[in-house]
Design a protein around this ligand. Structure first.
Ligand code: PLP
Length: 445
């Protein structure tokens, strides 16, 4: 199949280049005003290697909800991950890439009937449940499904808690649900949990794995032979974070409770781990207000062209905190500053207080770690368009991935810049007169 979506092509850049250099090239071109992302697929490749190194026994099923960009899914599929889908739409999106249904877990414990029917039609047979109604629904719609019981296992500290909505109590509800499943002649094959997204309490994984072991035993007493342990998501993904601590806890707990890899397949549903740091957002200051007192500027309000209705919805829904970084180097005094989005809503505040240099209208503010739970939720409220995403890969990543389906040679563009890539057009479709032969980009010989 020929790849035809020109907007999502991956620009091959020189190994010396990086997201910041590309941002500079585009921002300082003189024709760019709209906000934009640079998405470096090499970052995902490095994350994948880190995962394999740190938790070799745990197979990642990427949580599509976190960032459903086609390129993210293609890169992860090419690397060989599997997928956690929450709906019919996500299942369709992943299967359109040619991913086999055995590489999908339908990990939403409460599913609309039509979505269960769709999973059945597509052969996506592994799915989670945490309540009685779901068991009866699955019995009538997809009686041969392979079921994974989701238990509640809240971390003491997490960016987003999930236990108030999902997961049955491992001690009281789960044994009762397993008995019901048995009496309905349903095939339960394992246990799952999610400690909470952005987990700040690594021992929560040990507690959850211990509870899962207890249910493996309960299942055995009912005549089941559980073979899947799904340790969910919760792994950090920002540049300055690491999965090291969690991996130590997980590996030790697996060794203690599930020592035989031949008996139990361990999977996880990481979302933000894979994508958070791969996306860097560049925003432009279009207005500002200096607040004076005694004839001097005491603080500054900056208005940028992306806000909480766009990429920064993550401040509200994902409880994210972001750090504004001026693109231009400034020396001199720093001022207490607030940063605001472009809409007419007073809620549209990106940072309440940051110490920033005195910047001018037209300057750029950069935000790192913007890949998780941002774009899939963003809206063009007030008529402000969502930022375009420029996808880059360095030559080594290109060489490594270009023939790994669903990626093909056609996905990649060699030479040019992400902004003038096609026919010398800028982002708005205007002809670009400048010679943008950027040294940071590699050229086709
Ligand atoms: N799995 C399920 C069922 C989820 O609900 C989520 C996030 O909400 C994830 C996985 C991904 O979690 P994270 O991004 O913390 O890895």
């Amino acid at each position: 199949m020929k790849f035809t979506n020109l907007d999502e092509r991956i620009h091959v850049v020189h190994p010396d280049s990086d997201s910041w250099k590309i941002i500079r090239d585009i921002a300082e071109s003189g024709v760019q005003e709209e906000p934009f992302y640079v998405f470096d697929i090499g970052d995902i490749v490095h994350k994948y290697k880190e995962w394999k190194l740190k938790m070799p026994r745990v197979e990642p099923f990427y949580a599509v909800k976190c960032n459903d960009s086609s390129t993210v899914l293609e890169v992860l599929a090419a690397l060989g991950t599997s997928f956690d889908c929450a709906s019919k739409g996500e299942i369709m999106k992943v299967m359109e890439l040619g991913v086999d249904p055995s590489r999908i877990i339908f990990a939403n414990p409460t599913k609309p009937a039509s979505h269960i029917r769709h999973a059945a039609a597509m052969g996506v047979d592994t799915m989670t449940f945490d309540n009685e109604t779901e068991l009866h629904k699955i019995k009538s719609l997809f009686p041969t499904a392979k079921l994974v019981i989701r238990i509640r296992a809240d971390a003491a500290v997490a960016q987003c808690q999930l236990g108030m909505k999902f997961g049955c109590d491992a001690n009281t509800e789960a044994p009762r649900l397993l008995k019901l499943a048995r009496s309905l002649d349903l095939d339960v094959i394992g246990v799952s949990f999610h400690v909470g997204s952005g987990c700040g309490d690594p021992p929560a994984f040990r507690r959850a794995i211990a509870s899962a072991k207890m249910l493996f035993n309960a299942g055995e007493n009912l005549g089941y032979n559980f073979r899947i342990l799904d340790i969910g998501g919760g792994f950090p993904g920002n540049k300055n974070s690491s999965i090291h601590k969690i991996s130590e806890v997980v590996n030790a707990a697996l060794e203690d409770y599930f020592p035989d890899p031949g008996l139990v397949r361990v999977i996880a549903e990481p979302g933000r781990f894979f994508v958070a740091s791969a996306f860097t957002l560049a925003t432009n200051i279009h207005s500002k207000r200096e607040i004076p007192a005694g004839g001097e500027t005491t603080s500054v309000m900056y208005y940028i062209n992306d806000g909480v209705y766009g990429s920064f919805n993550s401040l509200l829904y994902d409880h994210a905190h972001v750090t504004p970084i001026p693109l231009k180097n400034h020396s001199g005094k720093l001022y207490p500053s607030s940063v605001w989005g472009p809409t007419c809503d007073g809620l549209d505040q990106v940072t309440e207080m940051a110490l920033l240099p005195l910047m001018s209208v037209g300057e750029w503010i950069i935000f790192e770690d913007m890949g998780a739970y941002t774009l899939p939720v963003a809206s063009p409220f007030n008529g402000f368009p969502l930022p375009k995403v420029h996808v880059i890969a360095d030559e080594t990543i290109w060489y490594m991935l270009k023939d790994h389906l669903p990626l093909t040679e056609d996905h990649f563009v060699l030479g040019g810049t992400p902004n003038n890539l096609r026919l010398g057009l800028d982002i708005a479709g205007n002809e670009v007169m400048q010679d943008w032969s950027m040294p940071s980009l590699c050229h086709q010989d």
